[in-house]
Design a protein. Structure first.
Length: 338
């Protein structure tokens, strides 16, 4: 979707300017991506380049949609680690990174092929022997613009042709429920204990939580140190997904209405339950983005269209999205006006 690309481009330019202002050299916005889709191959090229080898420079790697709420002080911490010249790294989250600073990037010359940066900190720690630190407790650095919904949650602009009216009204309805001490809010998917603590402290409603498939994007065998008896990875599975297996996606709204008075659901966990962890086997990104905006008529995949329509038409307000929605985005959706 062009609107998300534009939002990510604006964010990338802002971050590039902020890093340059902080003293970074050779700030590059790399686009388009490699044809083979391998971020690992791109980083191997960088790690073995003359710019890295001759100058002994550190490296900060991040995606275009990463850390849109990062402050100058946050970015300075990454630059400090990159400039250290030591075998250490700093990520926004060591278990699922969107941005990572690497003091000795030549180690990336051995990095396997990978499509995303989520698992790099685990590989650096378990395979390459780096000391890896993170900002795990700093929620604003967990925000990533992976969907037009994430742009809405962060208050960023979207093209006027994109219909955000439905999802904005649903956000308002969910917020009203969260402020009612007699109500119950359902949060399901890759949420965290920190998010649930914030809900308990900050919102009046009770919380019904189902934490599932954390590490869905970051889990990768190559990131783990070899073991004597490696166990085969367990395929993604979801309790709510099991119910949908029996009743069909059109039952989502009625199921959620039995569980609570509003819901924030990680639809990527449901897709992984149904189709596997590789998002190349899922409905298209355009379909997922339209689903996040609760626009079923713009979703081509029949299963996801039925799920989205059921969420939109449910007796209680339901939001669908990815990790940001049920993680750090909870604070943005419920804790402040957009």
């Amino acid at each position: 979707m062009r609107a998300l690309h534009d939002a990510q481009t604006r964010n990338a330019r802002r971050l590039a300017a902020a890093f340059e202002a902080g003293g970074a050299e050779d700030v590059v916005v790399a686009t388009p991506r490699r044809e083979d889709g391998s971020l690992g191959a791109l980083l191997r090229e960088i790690a073995t380049s003359s710019a890295i080898g001759a100058g002994g420079r550190g490296l900060v790697v991040l995606g275009a949609g990463s850390v849109p709420l990062a402050t100058a002080a946050d970015l300075h911490r990454f630059l400090e680690v990159a400039a250290s010249g030591e075998r250490r790294a700093l990520a926004n989250n060591r278990y699922s990174a969107d941005i990572i600073a690497i003091g000795r990037p030549e180690a990336l010359a051995e990095l396997p092929d990978l499509r995303a940066d989520n698992a790099i900190p685990r590989w650096l720690h378990e395979v390459a022997g780096f000391d890896v630190y993170d900002f795990g407790s700093l929620w604003r650095l967990a925000i990533d613009l992976d969907s037009p919904l994430d742009v809405v949650l962060t208050g960023g602009p979207l093209d006027a042709s994109i219909d955000t009216g439905v999802v904005r009204r649903q956000i308002d309805r969910v917020r009203e429920v969260s402020r009612d001490r007699r109500a119950e809010l359902v949060v399901a998917g890759r949420t965290s204990a920190a998010t649930l603590r914030w809900l308990e402290r900050s919102m009046s409603s009770r919380t019904r939580a189902l934490i599932e498939e954390r590490g869905l994007r970051a889990s990768a065998p190559f990131a783990e140190a070899p073991r004597d008896r490696p166990t085969p990875p367990r395929p993604p599975i979801s309790v709510l997904g099991l119910a949908l297996d029996d009743l069909g996606p059109e039952a989502l709204g009625s199921i959620v209405a039995r569980l609570g008075d509003a819901a924030m659901l990680d639809s990527r966990v449901l897709l992984a339950h149904r189709l596997g962890a590789d998002d190349r086997d899922w409905p298209t990104a355009e379909d997922r983005f339209a689903s996040d905006l609760l626009l079923p008529d713009q979703v081509g995949d029949p299963w996801l269209r039925s799920l989205t329509k059921s969420a939109r038409d449910a007796a209680v307000p339901v939001l669908l999205g990815g990790h940001t929605l049920v993680g750090p985005g909870v604070r943005l959706a419920l804790g402040r006006r957009r």
